[in-house]
Design a protein. Structure first.
Length: 127
């Protein structure tokens, strides 16, 4: 069953409510919709949204860090994490971000490979 419009809107609002987050609203909505396409089951989708929210917060407070990207994305970092925490599971989700003293600037988040490489998608679609 596809994710309801209400759940999509609630998810966008939840992520956007983080006062430390700076992200283009259209990019945020697009990334949430893509997660809904990847995980059309409501429980799996909620788990992905929860993981994104936790990852953004953990990055901002400095509990975790990503790796510096190269080439076209050289001023950005990438953090890899799981949709559901599970030992031995692959970190299939990514957040591409920059940290300043009072904000986490997120260029995008999503699955590493679906529907296409997140790095390719972000480079192509977002300045």
């Amino acid at each position: 069953m596809p994710i309801s419009r209400d759940l999509l809107e609630l998810s966008i609002d939840l992520i956007a409510s983080n006062p430390s987050l700076e992200m283009d609203p259209e990019s945020l909505a697009s990334d949430v919709v893509l997660l809904a396409c990847i995980w059309p089951d409501a429980d799996e989708f909620r788990a992905a949204i929860t993981s994104v929210c936790k990852a953004i917060e953990q990055l901002f407070v400095g509990n975790v860090t990503g790796t510096t990207l190269q080439y076209k994305h050289e001023s950005w970092m990438s953090y890899h994490f799981q949709q559901r925490r599970s030992q031995g599971a692959r970190a299939e989700l990514r957040i591409v971000y920059q940290i300043s003293s009072d904000k986490i600037r997120v260029r995008g988040f999503g699955h590493r490979h679906i529907p296409t490489s997140i790095y390719h998608r972000l480079h192509k679609e977002r300045p």
